[in-house]
Design a protein around this ligand. Structure first.
Ligand code: ADP
Ligand code: MG
Length: 282
């Protein structure tokens, strides 16, 4: 298989939706693995205290494991909390431990608390020789709009929103979009929603088609052509500490995530370089 095209610059993609269970974690894991398996250096940052992303990437996240908490609340550089993954030598992961649950509150008194993750990513990228710098950073957000998600929106230069093809799919999205507008106005002028990914599509139901059509009417070209079907292999894989791509490469869940990642990469190759001074990280 041909490798994916390299992005014209580092892409820091924040995967956000304050609704739980829409496929944020599953998408962070499987897009991350797909990008790496197709030749792109990728770092996945787990920002959810549950640590499901870490689990699926085979990265330990018991209390005491160097994790994103140590970077956000402590002063550990990202290099000290970045772990190898079992999925691919090109894929690394910053895990989340349960300590992160307290971070929303602990961060309140920290100076420049909204910029913690952004600064850490910038320092990390600059500390590496160019041939080892990640080309993609994917940030998996928790299901809330607190300080952790705020850190991710300030750190990213684009947002990917997974939308579940289910009832109430668009409910609450206005609040997220509002937050992104506020962050753009006050904290991170570069941030914008660049990608919508339809997840858990069940082709047997009319509802899934209706939701998909509504989302496409609303978001137009931001919506990837690739749609992730509801597929039991996708939900089984994390139980084996794996992505669906490594667990069952021939499954529809796997091939659809490869297709979604390919589209993401093709769009990234066509992105104009950032204006000097506006580069998010690197
Ligand atoms: P979030 O991170 O937004 O809370 P998850 O990615 O954890 O959502 O997904 C919620 C649940 O749905 C998980 O149990 C996951 O395994 C399952 N799931 C996600 N995507 C699919 C899919 N395409 N097919 C079947 N199950 C899925
Ligand atoms: Mg999650």
């Amino acid at each position: 298989q041909d490798p994916f095209p390299a992005p014209s610059r580092l892409r820091v993609i924040t995967i956000a939706n304050q609704k739980g269970g829409v496929g944020k974690t599953t998408s962070a894991v499987n897009l991350g693995v797909a990008l790496a398996l197709y030749g792109l250096r990728t770092l996945v940052i787990d920002l959810d205290p549950q640590g499901n992303t870490s689990t699926a990437l085979g990265v330990e996240h018991t209390v005491g494991t160097p994790s994103v908490y140590d970077t956000l609340v402590g002063d550990s550089p990202l290099s000290a909390v970045t772990h190898a993954t079992t999925a691919s030598p090109l894929l690394t992961c910053v895990p989340a431990t349960i300590d992160l649950a307290g971070a929303e509150i602990e961060l309140v008194s920290v100076v420049a608390r909204e910029y913690r993750l952004r600064r850490a990513i910038e320092a990390y990228v600059h500390s590496l020789p160019e041939e080892r710098r990640p080309q993609y950073v994917l940030i998996d957000c928790p299901p809330s709009l607190g300080l952790l998600t705020l850190n991710a929106l300030v750190a990213g230069d684009e947002v990917l929103i997974p939308i579940q093809c289910e009832y109430y799919a668009l409910e609450g999205l206005g609040q997220l979009l509002n937050n992104i507008d506020l962050v753009r106005a006050h904290l991170n002028p570069g941030i914008a929603v660049r990608t919508i990914l339809l997840t858990m599509y069940d082709g047997r139901t009319k509802l899934a088609d209706q939701v998909a059509e509504e989302v496409r009417n609303h978001f137009g070209d931001l919506v990837l052509h690739a749609v992730i079907p509801r597929n039991v292999r996708v939900s089984e894989a994390p139980g084996y500490g794996q992505s669906v791509l490594t667990y069952d490469p021939g499954s529809r869940g796997s091939t659809s995530y490869v297709e979604a990642a390919r589209e993401l990469a093709e769009r990234g190759a066509a992105l104009p370089p950032l204006e000097p001074g506006k580069a998010p990280a690197g």
